[in-house]
Design a protein around this ligand. Structure first.
Ligand SMILES: [Zn+2]
Length: 189
């Protein structure tokens, strides 16, 4: 008998786990709308920032036997992409790798899932026969985005540095700047 075909957009999670099945694939980044929105195009360029970029992923189902009870249903997920984000130092695009590796426990019923999810370090989801893996993978990659994307070394010269200096000159003094000056003064006395 041929292995059963599973649909990544309507995954029967329990059947998938019972077979210990694996699914893997790659999707154009542009198909993951919310993630694609984070991608920053080169200023002045009309090339789509997601062009040629992909999300690669793999999901494995697993049944874990529990003593004296029903087996647990698990999915192991990993996914990877690279996308240009806004460098928080120079504001130009910096291509950042985004990886996620997660385990999900599936239980029967939304209430049970919510309860267990709150009590457990694992992610607990309600069992479904029609799990949209793309939505799940997109959620996890969004959570894995770097909080402060930055070039290791920004392209030089920094195009913003002159503007920054001006902004700093016009900005009101930092409230503690006066205090620091006072301290320096008192130390001189
Ligand atoms: Zn930078």
């Amino acid at each position: 008998m041929a292995a059963r075909e599973f649909d990544p957009f309507r995954l029967d999670v329990e059947a998938f786990a019972k077979e210990g099945a694996t699914l893997a694939g790659r999707w154009p980044l542009a198909q993951l709308d919310r993630l694609a929105e984070s991608a920053l195009a080169e200023p002045g360029s009309n090339v789509d920032a997601t062009a040629g970029r992909e999300v690669t992923w793999q999901v494995r189902g697993e049944l874990r036997a529990l003593r004296g009870g029903e087996s647990q249903i698990w999915l192991q997920l990993n996914a990877h992409t690279e996308l240009p984000l806004e460098c928080q130092r120079c504001l130009k695009p910096v291509v950042s790798a985004v990886d996620t590796e997660r385990s999900f426990l599936f239980v029967r019923g939304e209430d049970a899932a919510a309860q267990l999810d709150a009590d457990s370090e694992d992610d607990v989801l309600a069992l479904t026969r029609a799990l949209d893996l793309r939505e799940l993978i997109e959620d996890e990659l969004l959570l894995a985005l770097p909080l402060v994307p930055r070039h290791e070394v920004c392209p030089s010269p920094l195009p913003m540095s002159a503007a920054d200096d001006e902004a700093a000159a016009e900005a009101p003094p930092h409230p503690f700047a006066g205090l620091a000056a006072l301290k320096r003064g008192s130390r001189l006395n």
